[in-house]
Write a protein that binds this ligand. Sequence first.
Ligand code: NCD
Ligand code: ZN
Length: 346
Amino acid sequence: MRTLTFRRPDDWHVHFRDGAAMRAVVPYTTRAFGRAIVMPNLTPPVTTTALAAAYRERIRAAVPEGMTFTPLMTAYLTDGSDPTDIVSGFGDGVLTAVKLYPAHATTNSQFGVTSMAAVAKVLAAMEKAGMPLLVHGEVTRTEVDVFDREARFVEEVLAPLLADFPALKIVLEHVTTAEGVAIVRENASRMAGTMTPQHLLFDRNEIFRGGIRPHMYCLPILKRSTHKQALRAAATSGESCFFLGTDTAPHLRHLKENACGCAGVFSAPTAIEAYLKVFAEENALDRFEAFASLNGPAFYGLPANDERVTWVEQPRLVAEAVEVEGQGEIVSLFAGETVGWSPATA
Ligand code: NCD
Ligand code: ZN
């Protein structure tokens, strides 16, 4: 039985939601991760420093007693974002980054950016301040095939953005394609890419294995196997431009198992287990700490966590669902299945 000890990891992309759902999901992240970048796509979205500060307080109140956890906040970029507010929020330590959702790309992105020209002033101010831009990298034109949206974004939006703002720090979030991996690598001096458990573990066939599986539907959608191979090679390479970001995205069961189901995989309860499976299969457990605990903080200019955690290659049965008080339940990645790794009990 293998064991692995590494610095406490961080999750550089989470959706905590709000209210009862937030209180139900936050403990799954805080038990495994020291810090997390919190996505701002609430309704209404977290668009200003003041809204982010208030949301941070609600998250802190949901952290279980005795856990040390730091939520790192983001502001939702809109055509009307105020550069002064965004950059002063960064300077004050309330905001860590800005999130770009192309309008209508994904869950609660209807207030997102309609064109890069509309946000040029904010991006210029961020570039000057050294504030990172986190990008949901998909074009949204309906004529573009859903499986091609990331590759088209890389070519049509991201490449020009990198050229127009040569010092802007950019994270291509939830990278799902070989094209995404390539542009991150080419710009590694000021770019990074996060990777989710599901895109490292599965290809698009998983959505249709034996019937339609709504819990495997997320955006960007799972891609073909060649892309998964490119992601696995990048994640396990140890290269500092690739790091962990689960994109854990909880939705109530009835909104997933629905004629028009929501996008998002709730991976927080089994994320470390899932990533460890990938690294074990790739014989790269020695590079797990770089991906999970070192490369992210280095990109953000933060120290790595001091605390060490130990995981054991020991099977564990995952609960069928997580209860949200008064609302229903959420089904996680590997719900009702056995995962191969468990946290060691001290
Ligand atoms: C996310 C959500 O539900 O908020 N969904 C998803 O499929 N990943 C939004 C996002 O990150 O695209
Ligand atoms: Zn997300």
